[in-house]
Structures are given as structure tokens and as C-alpha cells.
Write a protein of this length. Structure first.
Length: 402
């Protein structure tokens, strides 16, 4: 049985700071607003849903207590709709889509919503704790270091210069500005409103339209202190003794931005779509997750992509468009090199370096972004992927139907 995508909505991304436009909106309300918008657009009765599954990377405080269930109740959905939260770090929103799609393919779900939410201005990263941050034995035995060290290590191993990563970052900003100017996101972005219905944000807030090569070059590396003074370089170099020293090339300008946001994707069977009078926008061809080196942490998109391509009986060249979450510039440069993907086929409307990375929501967001772009450009297939903390990756292949 096939799993179909019927619609997608997302909030704009607000700066993940106390002065960000979405800071006053609790995460449960961010998630509820995309659920309300999706129902209004598609016209389903909430009683027809089998499940709501939302990715959230820091399920603590306001994002704890099964935010999927609390958000659907806040959205006014029927009490009959169950909800659950999922955490595979940065791919959580995409994994939520894959998990729902798998149940549809298995004949266990007819209609459901997958997506994600993260309010990084209200619930800081790592607020949920865990052995990754607190168990020295785990860190020592597995040579664990912060992701930024891994990003700089990828750049060092592959001889990516500061100019290389800044050049990619500038392109991300320019592409995102063009996409907004040409209304390429208009189909999916919904405004976030307050309790009085006043619009708080209707455009991605993190984009810097005035970014230039000179302004990027003027930024200082952000991971050199933790690498050199806090000792994480030495930890990583135990796993990679062939490297003399790690070159710290990543800055706030060529790394993903901290933002708030939410996303939701409506998935179902062909029969349920016909019953609702909806035409499927895309079919999910294949998906996969894979593990990778936990020291670098960021190379998982390659094995996950190869696994998904093999399951679909496809080659990398068969994919028309790629979306890879721009956690760091070196991650995308490395992926393009390893898979032989041209820059004009990947992240064509910019990415998280320009617009930000609302952890649990990003995977579903970029799935919707590339679906909109397939329809706009008339192309046929896309692959969406993300690197994941502790060394993992997830990938999903979709085929446009409209």
C-alpha cells in the first residue's frame, strides 16, 4: 500500500532568543496553530485522524508531557485522536513523517498528521539532560565531542577552507532571500498570531538579506575555545590521529541558526483522500535511517541516503532535487562531494544557515519546502535528509503527483 502526502504547513521561523517574534508563544500553541491551519485547508474532520506524531528534540518543561497530545487538544481536535512525540534529534520531524508513512504502508493507518515543534527561545537545547552530557564513561569510550567540533573536523579532513564554507553560507542566504521575494514559500507558511489574532510573524526572521562575503569573513570561529581550551579537539583527535590539528572554520554565519517553529504534514491512503475529495500531492517512495561515527556525528546523511536509494531502486542521479538540513556548511559540502550532487540541485531555496533550524520541526519543514519546489519547477523526485546527533542520519524520497 502506498503512503501519500496531501498537504503541508509550517510557521515562519522566529529567532530563538527572548527578543524573537515567537518567544511569547508557548510551544504547544505553535504546534496547535499548524494543526488548526492544516485542518482548515484540507477540510478533514479531526475524528477521521488515526494519529498525530510530532518530533521534539528537547522534550522538557513546556515541550514535555507528550506535546503532540496536548497540542491537538489545544487545537480543538476530537478527544478520539491520539498523539505521541518522537525524538531522533535533528531528523525528528522527518522521522515522524516516515513513521506515519510506514504505518500507512502496513495498512494500520488511513489518515494521520506528522510534523514537529521546537521553541528554542523558551526551552534551551540540552535542557532534558541525558548521558551524552553527563556520563564521562560514555564520552570517554566513544570519543564524544560537540557537533561543532565534528563540523570543523569534516572541514579539516576534506580541506574545506574558511572561504569554502563562507561561500556556501552566502549562497544559502541569497537563495532564501530570492525564495521569499519570489513567494516560493507562500503556499505553506502560515502566520503565527497571538490570542487576539494579531499577526506576530509571517516571514522567516533569521534571514539576513544584507549578508556579504566580507561580513561573513569578519565573524570569529565559535568552536575554537571548546575545542582547544576545553579539550574536545584532543578527544576527537584520539579517534582521528591522522589529523595534526583541527582547523576551526565554522562561525555563527555558516552554521544553522537557533529558531522557534512548527510544521505539520497530512498523510494518508489513496482511498481516504478520495473520500475527503483530496488529491495527493506526492507519494513516499522510500525512507531509511542509518548510524555513523559518533565523534564526527554529522556524516549520517550519506549512508541513510544510499540505503533509501537502494530501497527505491534508484541512483543518486535519478533524484531531481535534494534537501539536506544545513546544520553546518561543511556537512552539505561533504554530502555533495560524496554523492556527486551538484550545488544547483540541493537546497535551492536556502536552508537552515539562512532561515534557522528549529530542531524537532526542521525535518517536516524541509520536506514541505522541497515538495513546493517540485510543484513550482515541474520536477519529479526529491530526497530529503538530515544529519543527527550521536552519529545518525535519516532520508526520505518523494515523488510529485501534481
Amino acid at each position: 500500500m502506498d503512503a501519500f502526502i496531501y498537504d503541508h504547513v509550517r510557521t515562519p521561523r522566529g529567532r530563538g532568543r527572548p527578543n524573537g517574534a515567537l518567544h511569547e508563544v508557548p510551544p504547544v500553541d505553535l504546534a496547535a496553530q499548524v494543526l488548526v491551519a492544516l485542518q482548515r485547508r484540507s477540510g478533514f474532520a479531526s475524528e477521521q485522524l488515526d494519529d498525530v506524531l510530532l518530533g521534539v528534540v528537547t522534550p522538557a518543561g513546556e515541550q514535555g508531557c507528550n506535546i503532540a497530545r496536548t497540542a491537538l487538544l489545544r487545537a480543538g481536535y476530537s478527544n478520539s485522536v491520539p498523539g505521541a512525540q518522537l525524538n531522533r534529534f535533528c531528523s525528528s520531524g522527518l522521522d515522524a513523517v516516515n513513521a506515519i508513512a510506514g504505518q500507512i504502508m502496513a495498512g494500520q493507518i488511513d489518515l494521520a498528521i506528522a510534523g514537529g515543534v521546537e521553541s528554542m527561545s523558551r526551552v534551551p537545547m540540552s535542557a532534558d539532560g541525558g548521558a551524552w552530557y553527563s556520563d564521562p564513561v560514555l564520552v570517554y569510550d566513544n570519543y564524544l565531542a560537540p557537533q561543532g567540533i565534528g563540523a570543523d573536523l569534516i572541514a579539516t579532513l576534506n580541506h574545506y577552507s574558511r572561504e569554502d564554507v563562507d561561500r556556501y553560507a552566502l549562497a544559502s542566504q541569497q537563495r532564501a532571500v530570492r525564495a521569499w521575494d519570489e513567494a516560493r514559500f507562500a503556499k505553506s507558511v502560515i502566520p503565527v498570531v497571538d490570542e487576539l489574532g494579531i499577526v506576530l510573524l509571517d516571514r522567516d526572521e533569521h534571514i539576513r538579506a544584507d549578508t556579504s562575503a566580507a561580513s561573513l569573513a569578519g565573524l570569529k570561529p565559535v568552536f575554537d575555545v571548546m575545542g582547544e581550551k576545553d579539550g574536545y579537539d584532543a578527544v576527537a583527535l584520539q579517534r582521528y590521529p591522522e589529523v595534526f590539528r583541527i582547523e576551526h572554520v565554522h562561525t555563527a554565519g555558516n552554521s544553522s541558526g537557533i529558531v522557534d517553529g512548527a510544521s505539520a504534514v497530512l498523510l494518508g491512503t489513496r482511498e481516504m483522500g478520495e473520500r475527503l475529495g483530496l488529491r495527493p500531492r506526492a507519494r513516499i517512495r522510500a525512507f531509511a535511517s542509518a548510524g555513523s561515527d559518533p565523534t564526527i556525528q554529522l556524516t549520517g546523511p550519506e549512508p541513510a541516503t544510499r540505503k533509501a536509494l537502494a530501497r527505491a531502486g534508484m541512483a543518486a542521479a535519478d533524484i531531481d532535487l535534494y534537501e539536506l538540513n544545513e546544520a553546518f556548511a561543511s556537512v552539505v559540502l561533504w554530502f555533495m562531494q560524496r554523492l556527486g550532487v551538484d550545488h544547483d540541485k540541493i537546497n535551492v531555496n536556502g536552508g537552515a544557515i539562512a532561515m534557522g533550524h528549529p530542531l524537532g520541526a526542521t525535518g517536516a519543514m524541509i520536506l514541505g519546502t522541497v515538495l513546493d519546489e517540485l510543484e513550482r519547477s515541474g520536477k519529479g523526485t526529491a530526497l530529503v535528509t538530515a544529519c543527527v546527533g550521536l552519529g545518525m542520519g535519516t532520508a526520505t524520497i518523494i515523488e510529485r503527483l501534481q
